[in-house]
Design a protein around this ligand. Sequence first.
Ligand SMILES: O=C(O)CCC(=O)C(=O)O
Ligand SMILES: [Fe+2]
Length: 502
Amino acid sequence: SVDTLADLFTITPSVLDEARKLAIQRHKQAVEQALTNYPTHKVVVDEVTSGEQQFQEYNIDAPGSLPDFPDILSRRVYVTDVFSPEECASVIDMANRHFLETNGGQWKELKSGQYPVTGFWIKDVPAVYDWFVKTCAQRLFPLLAQQFPDFCKDAARLCVDSAYLFRYTPETGRRTDIHTDSGCLSFTIALNEDFEGGGTWIEGINVDNSILKMKAGQVTVRPGGLKHAGHAVEAGERYIIGGFCMHQDKAEIVRQLLQDPDDMKMLEAAVQINPTFEGSYNLWASGLEKQGNPEKAIQVLEYCQDNVHPLSGSVAYPLGCLHYKNRDIEKVIACMKICLQVDASDVSAMNLLAEAYELRGPGNEKEQEGLYQKIIQTPEASTIDKSVAFTNLGVLHEGKDSEIHFYNKALEQSPERFAPRYSLGGAQASRGKWKEAVESFRLAIQHAETPDQETQALQACYKAAALLLQQSNNQPASREEMLKRFKELMGAENFDKLAARR
Ligand SMILES: O=C(O)CCC(=O)C(=O)O
Ligand SMILES: [Fe+2]
């Protein structure tokens, strides 16, 4: 590892100047796009009549810093009452009606990091959109300007980079991944409160469990660069609107430089310009790895972990993956433990941690078993995640009664997967259950995902069929008779396929 960032930098001061220019250019384009998407500047805004709005205020105490304007934007979160329950209900209603009319009532799915969430970009739903553009200009921008006066003196200079409405449910997406927003000022509107769980997790906020709860109609305003997540909903539906804003006249240099994941110089420039923002390092490191320089990628991430942010999943996860490729198992384990300390339901981290324990060899079965069980019980885990975990449990329980039970559970989760079908056949064969094994291998052939898997399953099927025939007390009288029986057992098509390969 390196002690100073200077040892990692390669770009010249003139490239740094270019970077700033490019970022300003991108910002201009982003503002233009923002005003096209959300023409808040065309809304007539009445003279401000009401007095100062009252806010509850929360401090943030976390490592690292905001990507842009860290000295001007205070790391604070503010909550206030804005909308009536009726107005909130009518927005939810507009959204539901839209999907009834356009998609049979079915909501669309968006991605948040490793998790799916149902919802939509506000600009794609006309009724909500009209209400939203007006509301931003007339009611929300003024709140942002009021709370961040050093950053924004004139609410009319704000614009919306992007905005979405999310509907979290336990079944269709209960949470978002931990992230920062695409804009330096954000607001979140709580549209309802009749659900369990939910709330916004915000790194380092001084409330219980770092989860901020709002009543319907309340709005949070905060710097978009704070790390946060929609916290898991346990029951019911939770509706929120998130809006990410920019100042038309103030370019977000670092965030803009991070837009192109392949432009290495610009990623390095982002780190040079604000080395205290942890979020640039993983993008730079990922570019370095793609360029064939994993050693330097590791140095970059380790520097960040040691000097900028010791508890960051977006650093620890890619760093752990790089260590995994080097078979540096103890370091993988340390990194994945950091991920799970930050986010106890990070399924990707559980999977990689379990693989690390497997590579560590005999004596680590308890840890693996614990992790696979945990994945199965984690609501965020996808059916594939769970199927893989059940399959791995089967492998861990090889030879025991539970082995077959676990493969069947894996198939219940995900009947399309090859691995549990093939493993099930193997488990039946090793118990001398040739007839069942032949059936399982036939299904495995059907579900092969690669030509190698197909060959593997064809051969296993043949072998099981042969052993089954051997057992039979009426042996085939002729070679023809024997071929016929093989074809019956394996399926003629499979038999021919295998014969053709020999
Ligand atoms: O669900 C929440 O409270 C947070 C959603 C979010 O990420 C945002 O509004 O930016
Ligand atoms: Fe967000």
